[in-house]
Structure formats: C-alpha cells, structure tokens
Design a protein around this ligand. Structure first.
Ligand SMILES: Nc1ncnc2c1ncn2[C@@H]1O[C@H](COP(=O)(O)OP(=O)(O)OP(=O)(O)O)[C@@H](O)[C@H]1O
Ligand SMILES: [Mg+2]
Length: 265
C-alpha cells in the first residue's frame, strides 16, 4: 500500500483541494484510493460528496476502536474516505497525545488499510508541524509539500529545504517533493515566484497547478475538477502530477488489478 502525505508549512495553500483531486486522478487511473483526513477542520470529506451534516469520523473513537477502518465511508467509486469527524477538544487532545506518545497507535489504527493489497492511501494534514505529520513520517512513502506561488510561501522555503518543519527529514523512503499551487502568469509576483521555485527546486518540484476559478467552483459543488471542468488548466495540471506520483510509487495498473511496488532509495 503506497502512502502519500500532503502537507505544508502554510495554511490555505490548497492541501485539501489537491489531496482530494489527486485521489480522484489516481482512482481514474485504476487505483483503489483511500483519502484520510488528519485535519480537525474535517473538510476533506466535503470534496467527496459527504453531506456537511455527516460528522462521523475515526478520531472520536480512536482511543477505544483500535481499527480505524471501521470509520471508512464509501463514495460510490474507487475512492474511500476516512474523515476526521467532529470531535471535542478533549478527544482532539487525546488523539494527539496518543499520536505523539504511543509508537504503535498510528500503525495499529491503520493496520487493516496498510495491509490492503494495492490500496493507495493519500493523507491530508493541517498546516505546519502537527502531531499526525510527525507520527506519519515513519510510515509514509512520499510527502508532497504544497506551496503557493507567492512571497509568503517563498519565505518558508528555507525551513522546508533544511528539514526544520518537524525537526528531521519528512520522508526517508521516496522523499519529499514540492507542489506549486495557484500559479498565475497574469500576476508579476506569481510569475516571478514560479520561475524562482522552478529554478531553485529543479526535480524536487513535482508539478505546478495554475490558479483556476473552476477549482473553486468544483469545490463549491463538491465535485472533482475532472468531473466539473475536465478541460480546465487545473484538471490538466493535476492529472500530470498524479501520473508523476504514480510513476514514483511504481503503481502498475492492468485489468482492474492494481499492484504497487515501493522502491526504496
Ligand atoms: N489551483 C487553484 N486555483 C484556484 N483556487 C484554488 C486552487 N487551489 C485551491 N484553491 C482555493 O484555495 C482555497 C484554499 O484551499 P484548501 O482549503 O484546499 O487549502 P488548505 O491548504 O487545505 O487550507 P488549510 O490550511 O486551511 O487546511 C479554497 O478556497 C480553494 O478553492
Ligand atoms: Mg486543508
């Protein structure tokens, strides 16, 4: 089971939007995909048509329910969602305490899905260095760090390059790659930051997504960009990134059967 983490030092850069649409793109490529939400905003589920009033999730029950797969929601296609759920402050603190202090907590909670053959897991995180991001760095095969094509993201680049986000490298398997979101050629700053990031990051930049109004509209209608606006710039960009992610994970799709081999560095 390849496991991809989508994170960022910055808030509001598009982590949740890209997690959801990469899940859609990987599922379109033939993979079975599980999208996991580690952010208490509990917004990832909304990208898969889960009603806003549906507050179910794995976190509230994680202290007693060792296997979190019982909280997975099906979405009708090849995509499954594990929502964070609506939690009390006490439940959130308990979850974070377990993540930080019980070395088996995460692996135990995810054991069923980790052992599900061929399942691709993609996880969304809150901004910054969360307890979940720290705990997940042991299990993840790949980290995607979302940055926006603006000066605020640019100022945080050294922090990421020097592994200061969680105090150690995010990923020791396939590594961490940057993903530049909301690049806009019509804006001078965006154009300059995009050019700088491309030059500075080289192959570490896995792709770029244009700023595209259809992304906002697709989100508002709880649909994927591929369903809402298949010929949009963002749909093209995200599809390309999904292909690169599949290539890194070595996901081979054929006759409905998915096999994944993790290459270790
Ligand atoms: N490529 C894009 N073009 C236009 N708008 C975008 C694009 N990507 C994301 N957005 C918009 O940016 C906003 C923030 O996106 P999103 O919630 O995915 O960010 P986030 O990083 O998950 O935020 P948070 O840190 O709060 O979790 C949303 O309104 C979303 O519709
Ligand atoms: Mg988010």
């Amino acid at each position: 089971m390849p496991l991809v983490c989508v994170c960022s030092p910055k808030g509001g850069v598009g982590k949740t939007t890209l997690t959801a649409n990469l899940a859609y793109a990987l599922a379109r490529g033939g993979s079975k995909v599980l999208a996991i939400d580690f952010d208490m905003q509990n917004a990832l589920r909304l990208h898969f048509g889960v009603p806003i009033a549906d507050n179910r999730g794995y976190v509230a029950r994680s202290a007693d329910q060792h296997d979190w797969s019982q909280s997975i929601l099906t979405t009708g296609g090849n995509i499954f969602v594990l929502p964070y759920g609506d939690v009390t402050e006490e439940q959130r603190l308990g979850f974070e305490h377990n993540l930080l202090h019980d070395p088996h907590f995460l692996r135990r909670g995810l054991s069923t899905v980790l052992n599900y053959p061929g399942l691709v897991i993609i996880a969304d995180f809150p901004p910054g260095a969360s307890a979940a991001l720290k705990a997940m760095s042991e299990l993840a095969d790949l980290h995607l760090v979302v940055m926006m094509a603006d000066t605020a993201s640019l100022s945080l680049l050294p922090q990421m390059e020097n592994d200061r986000l969680i105090g150690r490298p995010l990923n020791n398997k396939l590594g961490r790659y940057f993903l530049l979101n909301q690049s806009d050629n019509r804006r001078n700053i965006s154009r300059d930051v995009t050019a700088f990031m491309q030059q500075r990051l080289g192959d570490e930049l896995i792709g770029m997504v244009h700023r595209d109004e259809s992304v906002i509209e697709a989100n508002a209608s709880q649909r994927s960009i591929f369903d809402f606006s298949p010929v949009s710039a963002a749909a093209f960009d995200i599809e390309l990134i999904a292909k690169r992610v599949s290539g890194l994970l070595d996901i081979n799709v054929g006759n409905g059967e998915v096999s994944a081999t993790i290459r270790t560095q």
